[in-house]
Design a protein around this ligand. Structure first.
Ligand code: ADP
Length: 317
C-alpha cells in the first residue's frame, strides 16, 4: 500500500469550451483512513477536482496518484478502490433500489450471498423498506438519494468520494447517513473524501479540511489547526425571537464587531474583558424581550472558512 490514498500534484483543469480555469494548480494528499472535507462555494471547482480524481475528466496539467497508480494514464484502476457518489444521480428507471444495491455489490466482487446480506443491511439501516421494491423512477428525490448512498456503501470499497451526499435529505436521514459513514471509517478504516458547501454539516464529521475557491486550494489542514489561525476573540451568539430581529439588529449595532449569521442569528466578536459587559447589555430590560437565546461559542469551521476567504456558503444545517 502506498503512503497516501491519493496524491494530487499541481492539478490544472481548463474547460476548452469556455476557457474556464476550473482548477488552478491544486496539490493535496488524502491519507488512508481519514475523512477529508473539501469546502467551497458553488463554482469553486470542487466537482471538477473529484471528477479528475475518479478518472471521469482528464486534467489539463498535473498528476494524480491513487495508491501509487497514475490515474491519468490508467483511469480503469479507480473503480477497484473507489466508490464515487456524484451530485447527479445515475439514470436508473425500471430497476428497484434493492436490485440496484445488490447488483452494485456483485459488480464490486461480492458473492451472491454477501451482496444479499449487505443489501438487506443497508435497506434496514437507511430505512428503505417501504420503497425498496419500487422502480427508481417512481421514488422521490430524497428516496433516490438514500438508495444511491446504499449503492455507494455496498461492496466495501476502501475509498468513498461523495459529492454533496446529503443534499435533498431531511435532518433525520442526514444524521443516518453521517452515522453510517462514520461507522464505516471507524470500523473498516474507510477513507472518505467529502465535498460540500455546507460548513455546519462538515464540521460534524471531517478531520482535515481543504478550502477551495476560484479553482485554488486556499488552506488544507486539521480543523483544530486551522481554527487556531482565525480570530481568537470570543464569539457571543444572540438569537432573536421571530418578529424582533429588526429591533435586535438595531440594538446590537452599538457593538463594534457584529455579524449577522442569518435572519435571526447574530454573532458579536469580543475581547475577553468585554464579555460580561456585553452579556449585561443584551440581558437589559430593553433588549431581553427580543431574544430567544444567547451563548458563547468557540471558533467554528465557518470562521475558518471565512478567514481563508470563503464566501457565499450555506451556514444552515
Ligand atoms: P463546484 O463543484 O465547486 O460548484 P465546478 O467544478 O462544478 O464547481 O465548476 C467550476 C467552474 O468550472 C465553474 O465556473 C463552472 O461554471 C465551470 N464548469 C464546470 N463544468 C464545466 C463544463 N463541463 N464545461 C465548462 N465549464 C464548466
Amino acid at each position: 500500500m502506498s503512503q497516501e490514498a491519493y496524491l494530487v500534484e499541481n492539478l490544472v483543469k481548463i474547460y476548452p469550451k469556455n476557457n474556464v480555469r476550473a482548477n488552478d494548480g491544486i496539490s493535496l494528499d488524502i491519507r488512508w483512513g481519514e475523512i477529508l472535507g473539501l469546502l467551497g462555494p458553488n463554482g469553486a471547482g470542487k466537482t471538477t477536482l473529484v471528477k479528475q480524481l475518479v478518472g471521469l475528466l482528464k486534467p489539463t496539467e498535473g498528476r494524480i496518484w491513487l495508491d501509487g497508480h497514475d490515474v491519468v494514464k490508467n483511469p480503469d484502476i479507480v473503480p477497484h478502490y473507489v466508490a464515487y457518489q456524484g451530485q447527479k444521480m445515475p439514470l436508473l428507471v425500471d430497476i428497484t433500489p434493492r436490485e440496484a444495491i445488490y447488483y452494485t455489490g456483485r459488480l464490486r466482487g461480492l458473492s451472491p450471498r454477501a451482496a444479499r446480506v449487505q443489501t438487506d443491511e443497508f435497506i434496514e439501516r437507511l430505512g428503505l423498506h417501504d420503497f425498496a421494491r419500487r422502480p427508481m423512477a417512481k421514488l422521490s428525490g430524497g428516496q433516490q438519494r438514500l438508495a444511491h448512498i446504499a449503492m455507494t456503501l455496498v461492496g466495501n470499497r476502501p475509498i468513498l468520494i461523495l459529492d454533496e451526499p446529503t443534499s435533498g435529505l431531511d435532518p433525520e436521514h442526514r444524521r443516518l447517513v453521517w452515522d453510517l459513514l462514520l461507522e464505516s471509517q471507524k470500523q473498516k478504516g474507510t477513507t472518505i473524501l467529502l465535498i460540500t458547501h455546507n460548513v455546519l454539516e462538515a464540521e460534524q464529521v471531517v478531520e482535515r479540511v481543504g478550502i477551495v475557491d476560484h479553482g485554488r486550494l486556499l488552506a488544507l489542514d486539521y480543523v483544530g489547526v486551522l481554527k487556531q489561525q482565525v480570530d481568537q476573540r470570543i464569539r457571543l451568539e444572540v438569537t432573536a425571537k421571530p418578529g424582533h430581529e429588526k429591533a435586535l439588529a438595531d440594538a446590537l449595532h452599538s457593538f463594534e464587531s457584529v455579524r449577522r449569521i442569518n435572519d435571526l442569528r447574530f454573532r458579536i466578536y469580543l475581547q475577553k474583558s468585554d464579555v460580561s459587559h456585553a452579556v449585561r447589555h443584551i440581558l437589559s430590560d430593553a433588549i431581553m424581550g427580543w431574544i430567544n437565546d444567547y451563548r458563547v461559542v468557540p471558533p467554528t469551521l465557518e470562521d475558518v472558512y471565512f478567514h481563508f476567504g470563503g464566501k457565499e456558503v450555506s451556514v444552515e444545517s
